[in-house]
Design a protein around this ligand. Structure first.
Ligand code: FUL
Length: 481
């Protein structure tokens, strides 16, 4: 009898232990550097070079260094505006396709050191580093692989030059959070006076794996962006549109920077074997560089709000370009729009309605992973179902009929991206009404729907690759309909 009792206790003990265990990670998961990147969500792109002074988008590479002469360049203004706008960092074009370097590189004469700016003693990267530190922002660099100034572009020697510059940047300006490798390659250029077209094979010429190694070695915390990762992927367009179905996963085989993969880059691969989330890069103006003719065409705060929904709201980060003008300052119109957008965003998400409300679920793994974890305000806790349950719902009881028109959902991505299909419903006078249907979630999804006066909101995870693991659900009543 005693033996049977012992056996029984052992079984009960084992079962409860199994339920208390967190789910195993499913599929690829983000690295530490990618997790830190996800949390950045919104940051500034700065396009600034000789083009700012020649009114071009792509400099040919023959621009005289003397054209670069901003009268009142102030990186502190850039950083202050970025901070006040709610951004977490700045990525700067240290060198764009024209080859002009914003830092006094030892490896070329084509840089700020031969410009009249600060009598040739200036260094934009150094000033920006200091400004970012002052405002608690992270710094990232864009170093164009295509260089229309370099005489050796197109030969193996260019790779030595490119990598020297990369090393110089990665060892001289403190911690770098992101390195941006652009896929554009137009062909013709100055190339040290040759003025010809040079075509390279995007698949082989740059020998990316060995360049990536340099970044890993010198800045292990930095993520690398390109059309095909390795850490962050291009979203496939420059219009600010994240894809509604957006997997953080990618099968990198056969992909390379500069290839033609726009649709794949938008959606990712449902069964991809690497974690490579999407970044939406878009400009606040029509061009990437400053043009006076576009002063009246700056995106409105409302338009920026839409961009936010179509990027951060679709499981992507938003890299918003704000090009400094010829003074070396962010233009008043851009600043005004950015700050008004911040105000709009604050109003949009002013009061979180789900926090602390009663939550129930159709299935729980155990008490440690109960439904109340989705609205406890702690991103490290989550609700999960038992391993064999991949369809489940969670219901938030708002107490009394409450106006709602936004929902925010987050998976606990440290355990992988799982949800394939979900729906959102509201309980209105005793009947359930559909508010939104969706496919993927990932790090974060924000969905809009017309205002409803709901007493309960139910989210059903209809299809999931493995048991759902949800860390956060928020509800809002944004102004307007
Ligand atoms: C593109 C470049 O050709 C544009 O000039 C800009 O830098 C954009 C962010 O990437 O590929």
């Amino acid at each position: 009898m005693k033996f049977i009792f012992l056996l029984y206790s052992l079984i009960i003990f084992q079962v409860s232990c199994a339920q208390d265990k967190p789910p195993e990670p499913f599929g690829p998961v983000p690295s530490e550097r990618q997790l830190a990147w996800h949390q950045m969500e919104y940051y500034m792109f700065i396009h600034f070079t000789v083009n700012t002074f020649t009114d071009k988008e792509w400099g040919y590479g023959d621009e005289k260094e003397s054209v670069f002469n901003p009268a009142s360049l102030d990186c502190h203004q850039w950083a202050r505006v970025a901070k006040e706008a709610g951004m977490k960092g700045i990525i700067i074009t240290a060198k764009h396709h024209d080859g002009f370097c914003l830092w006094p590189s030892k490896f070329t004469e084509h840089s700020v050191k031969n410009s009249p700016w600060r009598e040739g003693r200036g260094d934009v990267l150094k000033e920006l580093r200091e400004a970012c530190d002052e405002y608690g922002l992270k710094l990232g660099i864009y170093l164009s692989p295509w260089d229309r100034n370099s005489s050796v572009y197109g030969t193996p020697e260019y790779l030595i030059y490119y990598r020297n510059q990369l090393r110089e940047l990665l060892t001289s300006y403190g911690d770098i959070f992101e390195v941006w490798f652009d896929g554009a390659n137009g062909g013709d250029g100055y190339y040290g006076g040759a003025r010809e077209t040079r075509r390279i094979d995007n698949k082989t010429y740059y020998d990316w794996p060995n360049t990536h190694q340099i970044v890993r070695e010198l800045q292990p915390k930095a993520v690398m962006f390109s059309d095909a990762g390795p850490d962050v992927r291009w979203v496939g367009n420059e219009s600010g549109m994240g894809s509604l179905t957006n997997w953080c996963l990618l099968s990198k085989d056969g992909m390379y920077p500069g290839g033609d993969f726009a649709r794949i880059l938008g959606e990712g691969h449902e069964n991809g074997n690497y974690w490579v989330p999407a970044e939406v890069d878009v400009s606040i103006r029509r061009g990437w560089f400053y043009h006076q003719s576009q002063d009246s065409m700056v995106r409105t705060p409302e338009n920026l709000m839409e961009l936010y929904y179509s990027s951060v709201g679709r499981n992507s980060n938003l890299l918003l370009n704000v090009p400094p003008d010829r003074r070396g300052l962010l233009h008043e119109n851009d600043v005004q729009s950015l700050l008004a957008f911040r105000e709009l965003r604050e109003k949009e998400f002013a009061v979180e309605l789900a926090k602390g409300k009663k939550v129930k679920s159709s299935a729980n793994r155990s008490k440690a992973f109960g439904p109340e974890k989705v609205n406890d305000g702690d991103p490290e806790t989550y609700w999960a179902t038992p391993d064999n349950i991949t369809t489940a719902s969670i219901t938030i009881d708002l107490g009394s009929p409450t106006e709602v028109n936004r929902i925010l959902l987050q998976e606990y991505i440290k355990l992988g991206q799982r949800i394939q299909q979900f729906s959102v419903e509201a309980l209105l006078d005793g009947t359930w009404k559909s508010l939104a249907d969706g496919t993927t979630i990932g790090y974060k999804v924000i969905r809009k729907f017309p205002v409803v006066k709901a007493s309960q909101i139910k989210v059903t995870f209809l299809k999931s690759k493995a048991c759902p693991v949800i860390s956060n659900i928020e509800l809002y009543r944004a102004p307007g309909e």
